[in-house]
Design a protein around this ligand. Sequence first.
Ligand code: ATP
Length: 270
Amino acid sequence: MNNVATPTTTADVVVRLENIGLSHDHGRSFILRHVDLEIRRGEFVALLGPSGVGKSTLLRVIMGLMPPSEGRVELKSTPASVHRPAAMVFQDAKLMPWRSVLRNVELGLEGLGLERAARRARAMAALDLVGLADKTNRWPRQLSGGQRQRVGVARALTVEPDLLLMDEPFGALDAITRTALQQELLRIHGRTQGTVLFVTHDLDEALVLADRIIILAGHPAGLRGDFTVGPRPRDRTAPAMRAMAERMKRLIAGEENLGADAAYWQASEI
Ligand SMILES: Nc1ncnc2c1ncn2[C@@H]1O[C@H](COP(=O)(O)OP(=O)(O)OP(=O)(O)O)[C@@H](O)[C@H]1O
């Protein structure tokens, strides 16, 4: 394996993290420390790490829901999406039970100064994208768990975010629904070419979805690996793929430390 850095131009970068640190006790202890990361436009990045390591915390810092204790977050927005450069999908869909499916999705658009008809048209298009165009008038309680998660995804997509942040959005779903939503997300990504940062502690899920997998591990947590995954369809039984997965497992377990940007595994090598 060669260690070859992927060339980056500044214009391509949607997220830049510089030396991020996060402490809940005024610097006595840190959850995250020295996190440097660049995410480029159109990338589908999985943030992979063990439970409790700080993945959701890092996502919240990027989303601006939590100020970092140290360092700098830079989000680049395009002129068209200057109001909503990022949108987030949580572990559960967090729908409002008193609003219909359509009105839940429209919620993402309120405050953008759109006419009602334009809001409705965009919400409908997003629901169509996630395969729920026929459920617009249902109440959240009339939907299955998978359908509710799709509404959450539609609500995030409808703002046409420069950056879609997803915090283990399929973690609570059964295996069949989960696989279906993964495929749907890949199809949507193929169509929209948006930038996605997807948090998971499931290595298989990361290998199915992501073009690039970054590993968050350690105490305090930092980026321990950065892998470029090969083109689809992927054969996860192929020796190179299995070797990569083994290496990721060792990084997650803290048995190996590559440093933040020491290793980029090129697609052509897998
Ligand atoms: N307000 C807080 N004060 C102190 N510690 C906190 C606070 N919020 C979170 N933590 C701790 O921060 C660490 C990281 O939590 P976080 O939710 O980011 O982990 P995670 O990697 O997303 O976990 P999971 O995969 O289980 O969702 C955990 O050890 C948690 O206990």
